[in-house]
Design a binder for this molecule. Structure first.
Ligand code: 9WN
Length: 438
């Protein structure tokens, strides 16, 4: 059996196109935004030049407004291999969008953290410094887009306007908003391509998928206009997205220092997000972070992995940090299953051990939670998460997600970010790679 490290390397190599890494060759044959960031964190451990190429190619798809799209379409792939494809989004007709077709929505801004990791993997080389210098203004404009154009609720947070923008697409967090505003709304004709290779019970229901299509086509038809509250049926301030943005600003502060530039605007931006996060998204009755429906101000009721990721915020009060950790260790998450961290609380009526983002454990959110726990000094939790992640991959291969109860692999296989982040877990935790069998 191959060693885990080499097996992960094989997955990344197999999904590498020469300029980017496909999340999975069959299910997701294009370049995805936050996948690219996670993948570059893995490439940084193997071949920093590929990590640089990955992030550079992603930012070639950036719009003039600073928007970094969720998908950069691969021109060599049949445009109907994935739905919604380039014909659906029609971005090349939008002023300021690149000539390469992209989607029109975004994903969580992990990129500054990925850029920093990429630089730090090879800090002595000119190529690495050139990379950082070239990417920094693009990162600034990306965060600027989110902070200015996406502060639709005018409270200092970046709102998402589609569940796919959360990265946790089918989370129960969105059920309430989708049900209320979309209901049985009519969608244009489409064929779901996401069920071709995956068990339907692991993917979103048809009703959820229809709601996604209704929302996306509406956003497209308004020309991807952001600011007007009434343009949107779905506007949510999500704790994971904003905690990641806060962290990204702090990473930019570090990047600015490395480049001899002023880090203070980034720290001030991070502070502002911190303030908004704790005043708008902390549910003081439930003692956890929640997503906020900007239209009504209502906070989401289901505890999810997103309730915990704001542990990334270094300025949380002691009381908030303790409450987050209590929930993380509880029977709802790490304390209630063999293979944490489940994406939805185990005792919630919304928990589904198989269905995408409604229960399964993902290596991407585990990596974020491990990063947050490590930064918060919660070493025991960080250790639990790292061990569970490595064990899952070791037992079930590089799957898209896993059953948190028995560790079975679900969704696509040979999945890139699972391989990439496994490399980072192995390298950071010092697990001997020659004993971890893959
Ligand atoms: C839509 C590529 C992406 C991830 C998302 C994950 C899934 C797409 C889909 O796959 O979403 O973006 O078709 O289901 O939810 O986080 O970036 O891996």
């Amino acid at each position: 059996m191959k060693h885990l490290w080499h097996a992960a390397e094989d997955v990344l190599n197999a999904n590498w196109t020469g300029g980017a890494t496909l999340p999975s060759r069959r299910q997701y044959p294009h370049q995805w935004s936050w996948d690219s960031a996670f993948n570059s964190i893995g490439w940084a451990r193997l071949a920093p030049d590929r990590a640089r190429t990955e992030l550079r190619s992603l930012f070639e798809g950036q719009w003039a407004s600073g928007r970094v799209p969720q998908i950069i379409f691969n021109p060599d792939v049949d445009p109907h291999a994935y739905f919604p494809g380039p014909d659906f989004w029609r971005t090349t007709t939008i002023a300021g969008a690149p000539p390469t077709p992209t989607s029109g929505i975004v994903q969580p801004p992990i990129h500054a953290r990925a850029a920093l990791a990429t630089y730090l993997a090879d800090p002595q080389s000119d190529a690495s410094m050139d990379f950082l210098r070239a990417l920094y203004p693009r990162l600034r404009s990306w965060h600027g887009y989110l902070r200015q154009h996406r502060d639709i609720g005018a409270g200092g947070l970046a709102a998402i306007v589609h569940p796919w923008e959360s990265g946790l697409d089918n989370s129960p967090l969105w059920d309430h908003v989708l049900g209320k505003r979309i209901g049985d709304g009519q969608a244009e004709d489409y064929i779901r391509r996401d069920l071709t290779h995956i068990d339907t019970s692991h993917r979103p229901t048809d009703a959820d998928y229809r709601a996604y299509v209704v929302l996306a086509s509406h956003y497209r038809d308004t020309g991807y206009r952001d600011e007007k509250l009434n343009d949107h049926r779905f506007i949510v301030e999500d704790p994971l997205f904003n905690a990641v943005l806060l962290d990204a600003e702090l990473c930019c502060a570090r990047i600015a220092e490395l480049l001899g530039q002023d880090p203070r605007p980034h720290r001030a931006a991070a502070r502002g997000i911190h303030h908004a996060l704790v005043t708008r998204l902390w549910d003081s009755e439930a003692n956890r972070f929640a997503a906020r429906d900007v239209r009504t101000g209502a906070l989401s009721q289901t505890p999810t992995i997103g309730s915990l990721i704001p542990l990334l915020d270094p300025w949380l009060t002691q009381q908030m940090r303790e409450q987050v950790l209590r929930l993380a260790y509880s029977e709802e998450f790490a304390g209630g299953c063999e293979y944490p961290m489940p994406s939805t609380a185990l005792r919630s009526p919304d928990f589904d051990r198989y269905r995408y983002w409604r229960g399964p454990t993902w290596i991407s959110t585990n990596w974020l939670m491990w990063t947050a726990a490590t930064a918060a000094g919660a070493d025991e939790l960080a250790g639990i998460i790292a061990r569970a992640s490595i064990e899952l991959v070791d037992r079930a291969g590089f799957r898209e997600y896993y059953d948190p109860l028995d560790g079975a692999g679900l969704g696509s296989d040979l999945f890139s970010w699972t391989a990439a982040l496994t490399l980072d877990f192995l390298a950071s935790t010092g697990v001997p790679t020659d004993t971890a069998a893959g």
